[in-house]
Design a protein. Sequence first.
Length: 429
Amino acid sequence: MQVQKPKQGYKLVKSNYGRYEEIPEEWEISKISKFLDITMGQSPPSETYNEKGIGLPFYQGVTDFGEINPMPTVWCSNANKTANPDQILFSVRAPVGEINLNTSRCYMGRGISSLTPKNSDLKYCFYLLKQFKSHFIQYSQGTTYDAINKNEIGMTKLIYTQNISEQKKIALIISHSDTQIQQTQKIIEYTKKLKNGLMQRLLTKGIGHTKFKQIHVIPRFIKFSVPESWDIKKLKEISIDIKDGPMGFALHNYDYVEVGIPILRIQNLKNLTVTKNDLRFISKKKHEELQKSQVKPNDIIISKTGILGCVGVVPKDYGPANLNQALARIQLKDNELVNYVSMFLVSKIPQQILSVVGSGRTVQAGLKMSDIKDLIIAIPPKEELKKIINILSEVSSFHTKQEEYKSNLENLKKGLMQNLLMGKIRVNF
């Protein structure tokens, strides 16, 4: 096989997978053991464990130290394998290759190793290992069980620059994108709390009311109060049609195709909309057979098995789609109520009703169609309803934009890591 000539200032090296990679001339492909010291963990006797904070935090595996910040739940009073704050924690048992910067001295169990840089920048090594995480996963899956030993880690070859100044500059750029992602996540979490708090207040207290009436849900003995002027309706009273997905043998695994009409599942319900992420498909012929579960624009989709009460509204431009067995669709008489009703369905009271009713099944948790049809909906007068929708829609829109912004930042970081850590883009140092 003819190897392509590298561009000026670059050379070709053979990677772990036997293929050639183009890297800067002064870079190299080195075994991990050349620039990182590896220490494997060892579990101490069980009688030395405690949950009282005596001794040092003890991390047995990835579930303990996590991917962002270690969160100890168990401590150990005596163990001989420790990791320090200037080290990288690396999971060596299922799942292999999870990586974190250690923040405090801790004991390590058999599921963890610590990696200490030799004359290299800590954060650069951290990001370098994360970039090659898929290699460790792939390697471990080829062994008897999902694990990797010290020699296998050390013999792994990574593309690497020995220049400390260049390492630090690369790490600083990637770290800056990490900071932006973390700050955006904090805004998302705050906005979510604000939105949930506003929903609980506006959808039960309304705007400026002083007189309230109590609503009792029989036979579940759930009660709540709403403004006196609000109408109380059952969902079926304000709907044209409420139908569930195909039952029994109407939809099989072999009905799914590579390209066709989307079949909606619970994972497609997010932020009160229906997404096109992670879709599965059925043929047009099968879609036409399943007429009762065909969705229309502005249909409210609700989950009735699995995770109960997830809700999403079908966008006007979504196109043809169908439901799977876990979902039901609600077509309202008045499209002006769609946004309000979808918000109301994910508020505290309806969710409490759905949880109580659904978990009360003796065979399997789930909702009957009658449970959904008989749900109580509290509806404010039209002008107040519009104000409530506007307030909640603005917060929801901001929340969605922040999630999109975070996703864009994550994609940007992924590209930066690929280009900077492989030497495709050089930095001034």
